[in-house]
Write a protein that binds this ligand. Structure first.
Ligand SMILES: *[C@@H]1O[C@H](CO)[C@@H](O)[C@H](O)[C@H]1NC(C)=O
Ligand SMILES: *[C@@H]1O[C@H](CO)[C@@H](O)[C@H](O)[C@H]1NC(C)=O
Ligand SMILES: *[C@@H]1O[C@H](CO)[C@@H](O)[C@H](O)[C@H]1NC(C)=O
Ligand SMILES: *[C@@H]1O[C@H](CO)[C@@H](O)[C@H](O)[C@H]1NC(C)=O
Length: 186
């Protein structure tokens, strides 16, 4: 490949765009009850953020997953301990009931057509709660002990609620790009 001045210029533009876009907006999020999270990540799609405190000695993470959603939609965040996509992911889902109270529970995703009903994950989950405010749902939970290592594949998602249950999300665009790796020590 020939390295021309315009090629170098293009690289400089790409690098400066990266520096601008890497300014984290998650750092500005605050949480009720004076809960403070030491780490956070702006997730690349679905207007979502993950915040966490990780305790290596007990392999446990206190997480807050915060994402845009309408009052009639669900959001979910998951670790996939056995793969990188949807199937096998160990999810926590939350949505707003029509009476305004929140539903939030663990649900293992065992197929491409999961029930999305409450279930048991492959790792312990406690202290689950969720809030809805300003068109955002926030899920709070304590997960672990997790497997050895601090890097995990994670998956997040959003979709509509129908008849009081989470129903199928879109299968195009951002909804099929919503997975990444996460290092709890970063
Ligand atoms: C975060 O908050 C600071 C201080 O209030 C503000 O200057 C900054 O613009 C905010 N950043 C974003 C990305 O909202
Ligand atoms: C709100 O609706 C849900 C689902 O029907 C129900 O489980 C819950 O008890 C209701 N909460 C209140 C405060 O009425
Ligand atoms: C989980 O909830 C229990 C009971 O409210 C509390 O004692 C404990 O500190 C909480 N754990 C974490 C890690 O926040
Ligand atoms: C995790 O690490 C501990 C201590 O090194 C080891 O005893 C255990 O077998 C490991 N567990 C797994 C699932 O690899």
């Amino acid at each position: 490949m020939e390295i021309t001045p315009s090629f170098v210029f293009a690289i400089c533009i790409v690098q400066s765009l990266f520096i601008i876009s890497s300014a984290q907006t998650c750092k500005n999020n605050t949480f009720p009850s004076n809960q403070v999270f030491t780490s956070c990540s702006d997730l690349p799609v679905l207007q979502a953020y993950l915040h966490w405190n990780y305790t290596p000695s007990i392999k446990r993470a206190h997480i807050a997953y915060r994402a845009s959603q309408s009052p009639t939609g669900w959001v979910a965040w998951a670790i996939n301990p056995t793969g990188s996509g949807m199937v096998g992911s160990q999810a926590i889902v939350a949505f707003r009931h029509s009476n305004g109270s929140m539903a939030v529970y663990p649900t293992p995703i065992n197929s491409y057509n999961p029930s999305m009903q409450p279930g048991t994950l492959s790792f312990p989950v406690s202290n689950i709660s969720a809030t809805y405010a300003d068109n955002e749902i926030t899920i709070l939970a304590v997960i672990g002990p997790l497997a050895n290592g601090t890097t995990f594949n994670h998956v997040w998602q959003a979709g509509p609620v129908s008849s009081g249950n989470p129903s199928m999300h879109s299968t195009t665009g951002a909804n099929v790009q919503s997975m990444a790796t996460l290092d709890f020590l970063s």
